[in-house]
Design a protein around this ligand. Structure first.
Ligand code: ZN
Length: 136
C-alpha cells in the first residue's frame, strides 16, 4: 500500500476512534440521568427497553472501538490492508467502505457462507405453470 493511502486510513481511523470515544461519553452520561418513579408500568417497560437498547449500542460501540484500535495497530506494524486469511492485499475500495476489516471480500464471503452459493430471490427460477398440461 502506498504511503499516501496509509496516511489516509490512519487519519480516517483516528477520526473514527475519536468520534466513538466522545459518543461513548454521551451515552454514559445519558444513562446516569435519573428517570425513576414512573407510575405507569408501560413507561417503565419502555424505559427498560431503552436501557437495553442503549446497552446494546454501547456494546457494539465498544467492540468497534477495539476493532478501530486494532486497525491502527496494523497500520503501525505494516500489516494493514493485508487479508488475515489469504495474505493478499485487500481492495482499497473495500477498505474505504470498512477500514476495520481484516479479510478480503473473497475470504469474508467464504467464511460467512461456507460452501454455499447465495441466490437472491430475483435470481431464483420463476415457477410458471406449464401450459397445455391439463392433467396438472
Ligand atoms: Zn483473503
Amino acid at each position: 500500500m502506498k504511503k499516501k493511502d496509509i496516511e489516509y486510513f490512519r487519519n480516517l481511523l483516528n477520526d473514527r476512534l475519536e468520534e466513538l470515544l466522545s459518543h461513548g461519553d454521551d451515552t454514559v452520561s445519558g444513562m446516569t440521568v435519573p428517570k425513576e418513579n414512573f407510575p405507569d408500568p408501560t413507561d417503565r417497560a419502555s424505559l427498560e427497553t431503552d436501557r437495553n437498547f442503549m446497552l446494546r449500542i454501547r456494546d457494539r460501540e465498544h467492540k468497534l472501538i477495539k476493532k478501530v484500535k486494532k486497525a491502527l495497530q496494523r497500520i503501525e506494524n505494516g500489516s494493514f490492508g493485508i487479508c488475515d486469511s489469504c495474505g493478499e492485499p485487500i481492495a482499497i475500495k473495500r477498505l474505504k467502505a470498512r477500514p476495520v476489516t481484516t479479510q478480503c471480500i473473497e475470504c469474508k464471503t467464504k467464511e460467512e457462507w461456507p460452501g454455499k452459493r447465495i441466490l437472491r430471490p430475483s435470481q431464483l427460477p420463476i415457477m410458471t405453470p406449464l401450459r397445455g398440461c391439463a392433467k396438472f
